[in-house]
Design a binder for this molecule. Structure first.
Ligand code: GDP
Length: 304
């Protein structure tokens, strides 16, 4: 996020220097804001998100009178931070642990279906969530209903062994829906609390994949359909969301690799643009590198 931070600080500096001498006119605020807009775009913030940020900041600055001698830089820093805070607060938080508990009060096992394009960090996220669930005392099964990618079964199995949760898989090319179904039956018979179902990804969203996922969803009847998106991909992530939403439906989102965005613009775009409740943000490759979505933490990352 360092580049975004610099863009915003430069903006505050620039505008505060002008304010030190006189009150800014609407025209001048427009000029500064247009400048900020271009810089945000250059830091990979998506067009409509940059527009949203700039409009918010404009609202904060318009009509506010600053007396000469007041610390304008501080004032504008605060205005910028407040605008971002408002936007980040508008993003819904989904408390996965509370959700699991609320389903368990009625039935067992809780079934969560994971979806996502290859490489976004889906397998790692399943492992991280399995780890959190286990730490919270839940009995967890992970089901590898991805029989399309050769390494998918092995990868999830290794994670399951490391974390210490039960793994259920199947042969390469076998029916993903059947594996998911087996895992649920196993969980019911053995009094498990939660079944995490991994599904196949592709390089892109395609018809075969969507038909396969629809079938898994029909057989499994998941309590929750969770889409994993890579925050580094910005607008692409938002396109992927559209594809999965139309074909299968998406309840909540996990955004991965928020730690890895040098510019900060792509991550900010995905967080603000996603329009679905966010359960977690992935902030690293380890099992503990998953944090509940919290506007205050994202702000800290932006302004650290
Ligand atoms: P999948 O193909 O979607 O299952 O993706 P994987 O789970 O195999 O992850 C792809 C790569 O992204 C791996 O190298 C992961 O360690 C890495 N990764 C996953 N989540 C995060 C994250 O939150 N931050 C960082 N920095 N890397 C991540």
């Amino acid at each position: 996020f360092s580049k975004i931070k610099k863009v915003l600080q430069d903006f505050a500096q620039q505008i505060s220097e002008a304010i030190l001498y006189r009150t800014l006119s609407e025209k001048e605020i427009d000029e500064y804001c247009n400048n900020l807009f271009i810089q945000l775009i250059e830091s990979d913030v998506a067009y409509d998100v940059a527009e949203k940020i700039v409009n918010e900041i404009k609202q904060q600055l318009m009509g506010k009178k600053i007396r000469r001698g007041d610390d304008a830089k501080n004032y504008i820093d605060t205005a910028v931070e407040k605008s971002l805070e408002e936007m980040l607060k508008g993003v819904g938080t989904f408390k996965l642990m509370n959700f699991v508990k609320s389903v368990l009060a009625k039935e067992k096992p809780v079934k969560i279906m994971f979806m996502g394009v290859n490489g976004v960090g889906k397998t790692t996220t399943i492992a991280k969530i399995a780890h959190i669930l286990k730490t919270n005392g839940f009995k967890v099964v992970v089901a590898a209903a991805d029989t399309f990618r050769a390494g998918a079964q092995e990868q999830l199995k290794k994670h399951a062994e490391r974390i210490g949760v039960t793994f259920i898989g199947g042969r390469y090319g076998s029916d993903p829906a059947a594996i998911a179904f087996d895992a649920i039956v196993y969980a019911q018979k053995n009094n498990f609390d939660v079944v995490l179902i991994d599904t196949a990804g592709r390089m892109h969203v395609d018809i075969d994949l969507m038909n396969e996922l629809r079938k898994v969803a029909r057989v499994v009847k998941p309590h929750l359909k969770l889409l994993v998106l890579d925050a580094l991909t910005g607008n692409d992530a938002l396109e992927q969301l559209k594809g999965f939403e139309e074909a299968v439906g998406v309840d909540v989102v996990v955004l991965t690799k928020v730690d890895a965005d040098a510019n900060g613009g792509a991550a900010l775009t995905t967080i603000i643009g996603v329009g679905k409740p966010i359960a977690y943000l992935g902030v690293g490759q380890g099992y503990n590198d998953l944090i509940e979505y919290d506007p205050a933490i994202v702000l800290k990352m932006l302004f650290r």
